[in-house]
Write a protein that binds this ligand. Structure first.
Ligand code: UT7
Length: 331
């Protein structure tokens, strides 16, 4: 029997128009362009200014971009997963609203939350459904309106995050292209270091939590940085070892865009040169669930059928992992 693998067959993206530059941040908090650039690699990030638009607004736009480019009819989609840490609402899934809005009338849908690893975990979920033979077209969208959970008086977080969305379509493949291997991990010790304290079942929102700013995301950057560097590097290296790949076999490193220094450390460990490292953190900052699909959309034209891609991500929880995928088309 022919082996069915799960390939990415189309990508799409959306970023809001408004660019919040390092210069503008200098007027908001005690920071400067030089510090942000050297410590993170970020020059600007996009912000969804419309207060009436949530994460679904960007998820829908990214999905529509994918559908338009690929010519796929939305009614053919079996399943829509929205990977996000900032759903429109705590209850009523963003994915259900997104699927209906794009006309995916034959799909079922749900949200997937694993902080900055949401899209990576979503790739595993989408691929498993395809490999099982149960579904034929799965739309995975990574979308986050990080500006909705950022305290713009906290220089430790507000300089990092941005808003955006990216989408990828997964379909069966019989040429052994698509997802080859994965190694996904998590460790609950992470919630001490990167979290939103209030608004969940542990600490429901109240006047006090609002007053104390506990509905905003907080992180102990230095600790998260250390965990991110060692864990992302370890899993990326493991992908190569487990699949008997050398650095020369890898065409692209597709790493979560949290900090340029973390991406470079991962690239160094794997041994791939700069030209093989996808990078757009300078334009968008850390868009959480959207970084990986935004990279794919931005680099789509350079990708060739058969290219070996190593994905790696690290995020709150902690959650992290790596995926080895063979690219399935020339655009
Ligand atoms: O995507 C999910 C996972 N998240 C991450 O992977 C983020 C990981 N962490 C990071 O990327 C980095 O830790 C940050 C970018 C958040 C911070 O960079 P850092 O090199 O770790 O800086 P630091 O927190 O160790 O702070 C160094 C100094 C401190 O001053 P002192 O104590 O040395 O006088 C900070 O107060 O830089 C100061 N500082 C700033 N200065 C100007 C902290 N934030 C800023 C700022 N502008 N925005």
């Amino acid at each position: 029997m022919t082996k069915i693998t799960a390939a990415i067959t189309a990508v799409g993206k959306y970023v809001p128009e408004y660019a919040l530059t390092n210069k503008e941040l200098e007027t908001m908090v005690d920071t400067n362009d030089e510090w942000i650039t050297t410590r993170t690699g970020i020059k600007e990030r996009r912000i969804l200014k419309d207060e009436n638009a949530g994460t679904s607004y960007m998820a829908i736009k990214a999905a529509e971009d994918l559908l338009k480019k690929s010519g796929v009819d939305a009614s053919e989609i079996d399943m829509v997963i929205v990977a996000t840490a900032t759903p429109d609402m705590p209850v009523a899934s963003t994915a259900a609203y997104t699927a209906s809005s794009i006309g995916a009338t034959n799909a079922f849908s749900y949200d997937l939350q694993a902080a900055c690893s949401s899209f990576l975990y979503g790739m595993s979920t989408a691929a498993s459904y395809i490999e099982s033979g149960r579904y034929k077209k799965i739309l995975l969208i990574g979308a986050d309106k990080m500006s909705s959970i950022i305290d713009y008086t906290d220089r430790a977080t507000c300089i990092i995050f941005g808003d955006g969305a990216g989408a990828a379509l997964f379909e069966p493949n019989t040429e052994n292209l698509g997802l080859q291997d994965e190694y996904l991990r998590s460790d609950g010790i992470g919630r001490e270091f990167l979290k939103i304290d209030a608004g969940g079942s542990l600490l429901p929102p109240s006047e006090d939590t609002l007053k104390n700013g506990q509905h905003f995301v907080r992180q102990e950057g230095r600790t998260v940085f250390k965990f991110a560097v060692s864990n992302m590097s370890n899993v990326a290296e493991k992908m190569l070892e487990r699949n008997n790949l050398t650095k020369d076999d890898i065409q692209w490193l597709v790493a979560h865009q949290a900090n340029k220094r973390i991406i470079e450390a991962t690239a160094n460990r794997v041994g791939v040169e700069d030209s093989k490292v996808m990078m757009n953190i300078d334009k968008y900052g850390n868009t959480t669930s959207a970084t990986l699909p935004l990279l794919l959309a931005d680099y789509e034209k350079e990708l060739k059928k058969g290219d070996n891609l190593i994905f790696a991500a690290f995020g709150g929880g902690f959650t992290w992992g790596a995926i080895y995928l063979k690219w399935a088309y020339n655009s």
